[in-house]
Design a binder for this molecule. Structure first.
Ligand code: C2E
Ligand code: CA
Ligand code: CA
Length: 569
């Protein structure tokens, strides 16, 4: 210690003498700063590393309260919590922003321990300090090559991953806010198109420079991809709107690219720990969806994530991400349920519809409608539908091997799938792989499959039908339900939508429509299935109207494969 309190001690006991020398040596050599205070927090002694880290010599701090080291980066509650821990547990450890002699603020890891006298009263406190900026600098040097973006010298995605968890943990420990700021520079695509890729690179470099000048040492700034950047900004107090106004203004200033001056239109989205989530993924989704909202609002905007709509977007985003992950490998959260179709007269099962089910750990069941609508927003629906078909074939194959005879199985296909030029080939390969014949399956399509490209759809369905596959028109009675589809489309089955069935016992018109559809189907030699039968009354009435096949909760809900097979008897 750099005081003369402990020097010149010549204790009688040689052990104490040696221990004294040992502790002096360790304190001197230790890279950690050491500070001893009395029970009221007056500094009694510090070692050389303490002086190196803080800039204060032993004389300058001797007798002073530790408050001279404090920065204004922590709210009073932070220190209350710290002292509460020391008083009750005798120790505290965490990360603290402190102030050096030259007033610069730095981050240190701090361990404080109470020392008790024989009466168990606190007599001293000892603190061990490690300068984290040095550590970060060293670590940064090693990782520089892998965590820096080559074009701009900013951090890259890898840096974001490693820094995000650190900064989040620090914010958690210290009751900070952590702002996640997602910046879309704007205009990159059109600059690339108009002036070439080199100009696009220049634009990115200049934006990166502006952002670098804008951020402070505590912030993490990275380029995510293209002209999208992320800033992680720890803050003791909530950030002011003017901070984001100025950020947008700064970025929106025209950029010189050689001889051209370009106006850019940045969009900035902001989320904040803890208000908008406490996980990295959540906060990034939130910031991105706020950025997309800002984009919608027009040029040069920033948006804070806080709307209910935003929460819904986050969920969609999260589900989309998880679904993508599921479909990249063999899905372990997706499964098929089977809902029987029955002959109403005898109750015999004459078929079943395969329906997707998704159980998401921690979230529960995701409704099929939500799942399908998310998948339909992108090409995920293509993979999803194909997974369903392959799974239907796999399950059917397994039971057939056990000599369990399956009735006709139907699966749903999105309209988008029918636009895939390789779908017919893919399907016939899939059936061949599992040894399934076309006539064992029925494909349910809705009329939306025909709306965009009627001629192509007719061609495709006809070729599939020729290979034996049956085609069903699903949800008939909703939407446009054009009779011309019944006239022109190669169909085997029509399924009457449950909206026509729900009030059929009281609605004369619904009865009339169903009766006539039944006759029409008979004349067109189409099989007719009535969906959504829920009650005995509906069942009886539909039989009187001459309907033969039906599907609905009255007979059975969609069931897991094993339960469905058990029903087959
Ligand atoms: P859908 O093709 O019309 O399937 C029938 C839906 O009606 C199923 O809902 C089924 O559970 C429900 N249902 C059956 N009987 C009754 C009843 O008596 N009362 C009521 N209220 N509902 C009944 P689910 O499983 O939630 O599926 C909803 C929709 O999601 C399906 O409607 C279909 O459009 C889509 N879908 C489900 N699985 C798949 C799939 O594997 N691929 C594709 N592309 N879409 C699927
Ligand atoms: Ca269906
Ligand atoms: Ca349907």
């Amino acid at each position: 210690m750099q005081t003369d309190r402990s020097e010149n001690v010549t204790p009688d006991d040689p052990h104490v003498f040696y221990l004294q020398q040992l502790s002096d040596y360790l304190l001197h050599e230790s890279g950690e700063g050491v500070m001893l205070t009395d029970h009221q927090g007056h500094i009694l002694a510090v070692n050389a590393s303490f002086s190196q880290i803080t800039g204060f010599s032993a004389d300058e701090v001797s007798g002073k309260k530790t408050a001279i080291l404090r920065s204004d980066h922590h709210p009073p509650e932070f220190y209350q919590q710290l002292w509460y821990n020391i008083q009750h547990k005798g120790r505290w450890q965490g990360i603290v922003w402190n102030r050096r002699k030259d007033c610069s603020v730095y981050q240190q890891s701090l361990k404080i321990r109470a020392i008790y006298d024989r009466q168990q009263a606190v007599s001293h406190y000892i603190a061990l300090i490690r300068d984290l900026t040095l550590q970060t600098a060293e670590a940064g040097h090693h990782h520089a090559l892998t965590t820096l973006d080559r074009l701009t010298g900013l951090g890259n995605r890898d840096m974001l991953v490693s820094r995000f968890s650190q900064q989040l943990a620090q914010s958690r420990d210290n009751c900070f806010h952590l702002y996640v700021i997602w910046i879309d520079g704007g205009q990159l695509a059109s600059v690339n198109q108009q002036f070439g890729l080199a100009s696009g690179d220049m634009l990115i470099q200049q934006q990166a420079q502006r952002l670098q000048q804008w951020t402070s040492g505590k912030d993490t700034l990275i380029r995510l991809y293209a002209d999208d950047y992320i800033i992680l900004k720890p803050a003791v107090y909530p950030a002011k709107a003017s901070y984001f106004d100025m950020l947008v203004q700064r970025l929106a200033q025209p950029v010189c690219l050689g001889n051209h001056q370009v106006t850019v239109a940045p969009a900035v989205g902001v989320s904040c720990y803890p208000a908008d989530g406490d996980q990295e993924e959540q906060l990034l989704y939130a910031a991105e969806s706020a950025m997309l909202e800002a984009k919608k609002q027009g040029a040069n905007c920033w948006c804070m994530f806080n709307t209910r709509q935003g929460q819904a977007n986050i969920r969609r985003h999260m589900l989309k991400h998880k679904l993508t992950e599921q479909l990249q490998h063999t899905p372990d959260q997706l499964q098929l349920y089977f809902q029987p179709k029955v002959l109403m007269e005898t109750g015999t099962i004459c078929g079943a519809e395969a329906l997707i089910r998704w159980q998401l750990p921690g979230e529960g069941w995701v409704s099929p409608s939500e799942l399908i609508s998310i998948a339909e927003e992108s090409r995920l629906i293509i993979s999803l539908d194909r997974w369903v078909v392959a799974e239907v074939c796999r399950i059917m194959h397994r039971y057939l091997q056990q000599n369990i005879c399956f009735p006709l199985l139907s699966f749903n296909i999105s309209a988008k799938q029918l636009n895939e030029h390789d779908f017919a080939d893919w399907l016939s390969n899939c059936l061949a792989n599992w040894g399934i014949k076309g006539h064992q399956l029925e494909m349910e399509v809705t009329e939306s499959a025909f709306i965009d490209n009627e001629m192509e759809a007719i061609k495709l369905l006809r070729s599939l039908q020729q290979s034996g596959l049956r085609i069903a028109l699903d949800d008939f009675g909703t939407g446009y339900s054009s009779l011309s589809y019944l006239k022109d489309m190669p169909l085997n089955t029509v399924k009457i939508d449950r909206s026509l069935i729900s009030d059929i016992t009281t609605n004369q018109r619904a009865q009339c429509i169903v009766r006539n559809l039944r006759m029409l189907a008979t004349d067109l030699q189409l099989s007719l299935v009535v969906e959504g039968v829920e009650t005995t009354e509906q069942h009886q009435l539909l039989r009187q109207l001459g309907c033969q096949r039906a599907q609905g909760y009255y007979f059975a809900r969609p069931l897991p494969g094993t339960e469905f097979v058990a029903m087959l008897g």
